[in-house]
Ligand binder design. Structure first.
Ligand code: HEC
Length: 141
């Protein structure tokens, strides 16, 4: 009986830890930019990256990711909101294999975005790569 009680208790502890981690993950904030830099990058995002992400309607990044799909990347079509979301949730994190440029340039076609679509032109991938590298250089560490 005592053993059972321990088992129950330890399972509760595991569950509590798991929900704590979930809570914590929901509050992750990878936005470590200063206010001025954030403004500058938002303007650059609008000019350089947003047109690439919004092209091709439902077959494009924003078109599909604002629809009914199951993915951690949830976009709305509102440029400012989406930029903030991408920044905060770590989709611009350098050296992260889940960042935007990693998914766009992935060799594995089941991971490569746009899903089911054509690979981005090299110059577009380079532009996104540079954008992510420049953000990284301004993030406070
Ligand atoms: C036709 C629908 C569709 C299009 C177009 C599309 N995606 Fe996705 N994307 C998905 C789905 C479904 C997933 C979740 C499954 C997976 O991870 O492969 C996903 C996952 C992702 C993830 C990983 C999110 C996570 O869970 O961490 C990123 C990043 C991403 N997409 C970026 C993009 C970018 C950038 C584009 C445009 C170049 C794009 N997607 C275009 C459907 C799409």
């Amino acid at each position: 009986m005592k053993r059972l009680r321990w088992l129950v208790l330890s399972q509760c502890a595991v569950a509590a830890l798991a929900s704590w981690q979930l809570l914590f993950a929901g509050q992750a904030n990878f936005d470590k930019l200063g206010d001025e830099d954030r403004k500058t990058f938002a303007a650059r995002f609008e000019k350089e990256i947003w047109p690439l992400m919004t092209r091709d309607g439902k077959k494009g990044c924003v078109g599909c990711h604002s629809g009914k799909i199951v993915a951690a990347l949830k976009l709305t079509g509102d440029m400012k909101k989406d930029f903030q979301f991408l920044l905060k949730e770590g989709f611009f994190l350098q050296d992260d294999d889940g960042n935007l440029v990693a998914r766009v340039s992935a060799k594995d076609t089941s991971r490569r975005m746009p899903k089911g679509g054509e690979r981005w032109a090299e110059k577009d991938i380079q532009m996104l790569r540079k954008f992510i590298a420049d953000i990284d250089s301004k993030q406070k560490k």
